[in-house]
Write a protein that binds this ligand. Structure first.
Ligand code: 4AD
Ligand code: MG
Length: 455
């Protein structure tokens, strides 16, 4: 590409604006947010996606730089070279005094992102352009930083990252929400048996836990849940750590530490991007995140949760009864109304949980836990795994599963089985928590939900 900067490396706006002193002569590339032509000079606000703030570019007349700058339009891509100088104007410490302005890509007037606030619904219909807005730019920078923070948190604690397959032949959760994978005209022949998109990397990562020790998988999961809710996506990301020689208590400790660390990271390291959500999405966001980050989570058994809910004065749409799953309204009551902070609900009825969860001594409950958080409800689901071969086989049998279909999984309970435990943290649910965004469609670059796969 043409480079008017004559050999100077391009600098990101974030680095320019956070530098302790102006960096002298620089080259910046980005997209025009606004242009103001004052005849003697032109102001151009340039955003390069690296941070919330725009860089103010000033081009003095008469000059070629001014002629190009004054003719720019919102959305155009530009390359500007010049000196960073102290800004006499309000609103920014420094500005870029342009020597050269190059129009890299013009943008016509029908650009949908004119300078005004657009609704989330409208922006969803232009998902390919919404990262150019302040709100979605901030959101996807937070998304990136949260993913990095998860890897760092687990890496520092000695967890190894395992890349579990996306195409699988087993249904981990047993909920029948699988998307089938077919190879064009070859249909099911390709793999020799039916294949699906994974609903969870858990079964695969467990095997690595029983070889490498503490591990995790972090990637996409797919569920054909027909519920068109604001908390479910057909394609979402999950981080699934698995603790070797671990039990449910350690599992809850790790989940709590991870969620609290991520809330703290947003508050301390991502304050500028977070401010968009505090201002425009939820005024109480920072207070909520401070509670999540700095107060221990409540911990109650499922039986206690049912007790609290049965005694609650609140009117629920769905019945509360021991043995039934908790609905979103119940989760939110516990965390928003009753405890006013995150709650871990542990030891769930065996009858509503998958085959791999460890059966408790009462034989009515399993060593499972869900982490519930304000506004989102369930953000984490996990359990201690059934490590006893005999118990596992009889659980599979009573659920009508064929242990031969899971021969490799069952093998792990034959060859040096050990207690282990893990969980899945829904990455989009985490992003909803830390940004206050209430619709999962707005924390995914290109959301996939029933009836919707535009991009
Ligand atoms: O509770 P779930 O179904 O647990 C599992 O999949 C286990 N195999 C995890 C494990 O133990 N390794 O899902 C875990 C989390 C949920 O708590 C929720 O946050 C998220 O994944 N999740 C979804 N997020 C968005 N859209 C969906 N359709 C989701 N389904 C689950
Ligand atoms: Mg769950």
């Amino acid at each position: 590409m043409q480079n008017q900067g004559q050999g100077i490396a391009p600098v990101r706006v974030k680095d320019l604006l956070s530098a302790a002193a102006p960096l002298g002569r620089v080259l910046v590339r980005g997209w025009v947010r606004t242009v103001r032509d004052h005849k003697d000079f032109a102001f151009v606000e340039v955003n390069d996606g690296s941070c919330l703030k725009n860089l103010q570019v000033v081009a003095d007349a008469p000059s070629a730089a001014y002629d190009t700058a004054a003719a720019l339009s919102t959305g155009a891509a530009v390359e500007v070279a010049g000196d960073m100088v102290a800004s006499p104007g309000k609103g920014q410490d420094w500005e870029l005094r342009a020597e050269t302005v190059v129009l890299v890509g013009a943008c016509p007037e029908n650009y949908p992102l004119q300078k005004k606030r657009h609704s989330d619904e409208f922006l969803r219909s232009i998902a390919h352009l919404r990262p150019r807005t302040n709100k979605y730019g901030a959101l996807f920078r937070i998304r990136s930083a949260m993913a990095m923070a998860i890897h760092q948190f687990l890496g520092e604690r000695g967890f190894l990252w395992v890349h579990t397959p996306i195409i699988t032949s087993s249904d981990c959760e047993g909920a029948g929400e699988l998307f089938e994978v077919r190879a064009g005209s070859r249909g099911e022949d390709f793999f020799g048996k039916p294949a699906y998109l994974t609903v969870s990397g858990q079964l695969a990562v467990e095997m690595f836990c029983l070889s490498l020790g503490n591990v995790y998988t972090f990637g996409p999961a797919f569920r054909a849940e027909d519920s068109n809710t604001s908390r479910h996506a057909a394609e979402f990301w999950m981080v699934e750590p698995e603790i070797a020689f671990g039990d449910l208590a350690q599992d809850m400790d790790l989940a709590e530490a991870l969620v609290r660390h991520l809330a703290e990271t947003v508050l301390t390291d991502l304050a500028e991007d977070l401010s968009v959500f505090t201002r425009f999405v939820d005024k109480t966001l920072e207070a909520t995140l401070a509670t999540v980050a700095r107060e221990p989570f409540a911990r109650i058994s499922y039986t206690e949760a049912v007790d609290i809910l049965s005694r609650a004065m609140a009117k629920f749409q769905f019945p509360v009864e021991w043995g039934r799953d908790l609905q979103s309204e119940h989760e939110r009551f516990l965390t928003e109304v009753h405890f006013k902070k995150p709650v871990i609900v542990h030891d769930w009825p065996l009858s509503i949980k998958p085959f791999y969860m460890r059966v408790n001594d009462d034989e009515k409950t399993v060593a499972a836990m869900d982490v519930l958080v304000p506004r989102v409800g369930e953000i984490v689901g996990g359990s201690q795994r059934e490590e006893r071969l005999g118990v596992l086989l009889s659980r599979m049998e009573s659920l009508g599963m064929n242990p031969e279909d899971y021969g490799w999984y069952v093998d792990s309970r034959r060859f040096g089985s050990v207690p282990h435990a893990g969980f899945g943290l829904g990455f989009e649910r985490l992003l909803m928590l830390v940004t206050g965004v209430t619709n999962i469609r707005d924390v995914v670059p290109y959301p996939r939900t029933p009836g919707s796969i535009e991009f």
